[in-house]
Write a protein that binds this ligand. Sequence first.
Ligand code: CU
Length: 155
Amino acid sequence: MTKIFLKILQFICIVLVLLSFTILTATPTEAASLSGDLLKQPPTEITVSLGNSANELKYEPNHLEFLAGKRYKLKLINPSNQKHYFTAKDFADGIWTQKVEAGKVEVKGAIHEVELKPGAEAEWVFVPIKPGKYGLRCPIAGHTEAGMTGDIVIQ
Ligand SMILES: [Cu+2]
């Protein structure tokens, strides 16, 4: 419960920061609608493949960059014949997750890792908040060691 509350607070903070930057040039009416506009902002789409059809143990791409305060749709796909994880806990703590969508299910709120079965797809919609460099890895036995790692930068 406290975690969710902190996430909401974080989100409100980023909205306030964005508002204070924009308010100088915006009329009061425009400024009032900015927080709503953030969620209507068309997300930048990025696709990451967990493994590939040749069953190589890697993320493609294995380096991701995001800008704080922008809205993103991270599309995760698994074209391999084994399951994989997208595990980036510190990154997940540094973003505000709007939802994770898979099939006909939408999960709202904080998420720390996503498991994709062979052939699965999921979409993670979020707004990065905390700049930093974060690690990404697949914790399935042997996968991290084989090079199924990556890094994620929030600027
Ligand atoms: Cu894996």
